[in-house]
Design a protein around this ligand. Structure first.
Ligand code: ADP
Ligand code: TPW
Ligand code: MG
Length: 569
């Protein structure tokens, strides 16, 4: 029992803390205020790590990525109405990305909210959260706190993981109950994410199809990284002899330098494959919905899909062999079913991919070694690529447009769950939240490679990073704007809408809070600065000056911009 007012009594505050602790949820990311300020203090006093942010959205992104990294729901804590709304973007992001997260939010008095009588921060938060998450609950009575947390935890991590909202009205915190009864009301969730075994017939169907393939391909997605069955995934890929493509956050599940990686021959692999095995990856926009030019001739391929969510099957195109279950169970069933004499694909196919990989890697190599001033993306990222190669434990956080696309293809990852980025939505603003949670949850050094625009979305959290003295090195790729710093507006005195203050000194923001700020203009100096940051393990921001002509509009996805038929002035 915790330290309540009297020995025999407990209250909502303490029951919530006890429910979290009982379920090994030991970190809260949030912003304090009415009605949760004292709750944060008490949680801290009871041994929960309470990390205060400067804005709820970033606390939410931290909780979401903590969920991805740990397979336990990341906890975000917000105040009512405006704080809740600030946290909601991250809750929706967690749900979209299949990351387990619980948004705990204080709320105003039910009676006043429901009669719309204008309470302090009045809002019907439960109704607003519902469409944006997997499940949403409200607790009105202290004796229901145990069950409410059990339901929230189970909803977040079982099946397809996602975001859960738990509404905590102000009155709940102070509700008193008998301490022994309270303790009994708590639930330690047993087997929160039960194994979901695939039907044997579905595995056989998939393996028969795979056996018949002439040009098979495996695509690993962030669901495969989330599953934390790294050895089995590796065994499956290696035993099959099939080339594989990692989606962005699945990079490093096998080292990007693995001989079966088709990463540098992506276009060829997608176009020519005849059977594709999707492992924890959706056929959404990131894979052109499984159709279109990048996938070669229409009808030229069949799909095997491993996913825990049955409704994912046939979402965009027909899935010839759906395998529904958790990835650990599915992959071990595949391994068992493949036996010891599985025939690798023909050398004709694997050599074609290998040759393409080698050609593309060789073509890129000299560009990555250039020492141009001002820097281009290849020179700057070539420098960081080497640092990551020498320090594969480092977690890389990455956002921006060109900064994202170039870093994803240039920087090899060597270990699972080391690359964290904008995810399914391509959202800007995840940078500092993800960096903070990555450092807090793993204790590893973090390097955040940030477009100057991307960084701005969460830049104030450098104070949070300094306050907790976290080993985070932010590298701002400063090209004076969104995509490029060169746009001109010739119709008024306002600068073009994609252009920022030229030569801004982001490094001074870090220095303002006691961290290390560095200004670099060459790849050689960038290498020195990043290595010094790692050696020091202190908050560092490197302002890396990038040629403002270097990028392209929207990076690699410029084709998604709608076109006007009206001629530009
Ligand atoms: P990516 O963006 O890397 O392509 P997605 O987020 O689109 O990956 O897809 C991840 C998929 O993985 C989701 O469809 C989700 O249901 C699935 N998934 C997540 N965790 C598991 C798991 N443990 N077992 C099986 N499937 C999972
Ligand atoms: C929440 C739209 C996509 S990429 C980007 C924006 C604003 C910034 C690109 O510039 P940056 O990178 O970061 O300087 P670089 O290297 O190309 O110059 N709001 C949200 N999410 C998205 N995706 C946007 C806006 C966007
Ligand atoms: Mg930029």
């Amino acid at each position: 029992m915790t330290d309540a007012a009297t020995e025999d009594l407990t209250d909502g505050f303490h029951l919530i803390i006890d429910a979290l602790k009982l379920n090994d949820l030991s970190t809260i990311y949030g912003v304090p205020g009415i009605p949760i300020t004292d709750f944060g203090r008490m949680a801290q006093a009871e041994g929960i790590r309470v990390l205060s942010f400067r804005h709820e959205q970033h606390a939410g992104y931290a909780a979401a990525i903590a969920g991805f990294l740990t397979k336990k729901p990341g906890i975000c804590l917000t105040v009512s109405a405006p704080g809740f709304l600030n946290g909601l973007t991250a809750l929706a992001h967690a749900t979209t990305n299949c990351f387990p997260m619980i948004l705990l939010s204080g709320s105003s008095e039910r009676e006043i909210v429901d009669l719309q009588q204008g309470d302090y921060e009045e809002m019907d938060q439960l109704a607003i959260a519902k469409p944006l998450c997997k499940a949403a609950f409200r607790v009105l009575h202290a004796e229901d706190i145990g069950i409410a947390f059990a339901r929230a935890i189970r909803a977040a991590v079982s099946g397809r993981p996602g975001g859960v909202y738990l509404d905590l009205p102000a009155k709940l915190f102070g509700q008193v109950m008998d301490a022994a009864e309270g303790a009994k009301s708590l639930v330690k969730v047993i087997d929160p994410a039960p194994a979901q075994l695939p039907a044997p017939a579905s595995v056989n169907r998939a393996l028969d199809l795979l056996k018949s393939a002439k040009r098979p391909l495996i695509i690993l997605g962030k669901g495969a990284a989330y599953a934390q069955v790294d050895e089995d995934i590796r065994a499956f890929v290696e035993k099959s002899g099939i080339p594989y493509l990692p989606m962005s956050m699945a990079k490093g599940l096998l080292p990007d330098t693995h001989p079966q990686s088709a990463g540098a021959a992506r276009s060829l692999a997608l176009k020519e494959a005849d059977v594709v095995v999707m492992v924890g990856a959706r056929l959404n926009w990131l894979l052109s919905h499984g159709k279109g030019k990048s996938w070669g001739e229409p009808g030229s391929k069949k799909f095997i899909q491993i996913d825990i969510e049955p409704k994912e099957m046939d979402s965009n195109i027909e899935i010839a062999a759906p395998v529904v279950g958790d990835i650990g169970s599915c992959i071990s069933a595949f391994l068992a079913g493949m036996g010891d004499n599985w025939a690798s694909p023909s050398a004709e196919w694997t050599d074609a991919i290998k040759t393409k990989v080698e050609t593309n890697v060789a073509r890129m190599a000299p560009k990555l070694q250039n020492n141009n001033v001002p820097m281009d993306y290849q020179g700057a990222l070539g420098a960081i690529r080497t640092v990551i190669k020498e320090n594969p434990e480092i977690i890389l956080v990455n956002e921006g447009a060109n900064t994202l696309d170039f870093a994803r293809s240039i920087i090899d990852m060597y270990k699972p769950r080391k690359r964290l980025d904008v995810g399914t939505w391509g959202v800007m603003g995840i940078g500092m939240g993800q960096s903070i949670a990555a450092a807090v949850e793993t204790g590893h050094q973090v390097i955040a490679i940030e477009g100057d625009s991307a960084f701005g979305f969460s830049g104030m959290e450098v104070e949070t990073i300094c306050r907790y003295n976290l080993p985070i090195c932010i590298v701002v790729f400063n090209n004076n704007g969104i995509y490029r710093g060169t746009d001109i507006n010739s119709t008024s005195d306002d600068v073009a809408s994609t252009v920022f203050v030229k030569d801004a000194r982001y490094d001074q923001m870090m220095a303002a809070f006691g961290g290390v700020g560095v200004y670099v203009t060459s790849p050689a100096d960038l290498t020195v600065a990043v290595n010094e940051a790692i050696a020091l393990g202190k908050p560092t921001l490197i302002n890396a000056v990038i040629d403002e002509n270097a990028g392209t509009e929207s990076g690699r996805i410029g084709n998604l911009n709608p076109q006007s038929v009206v001629k530009k002035k």
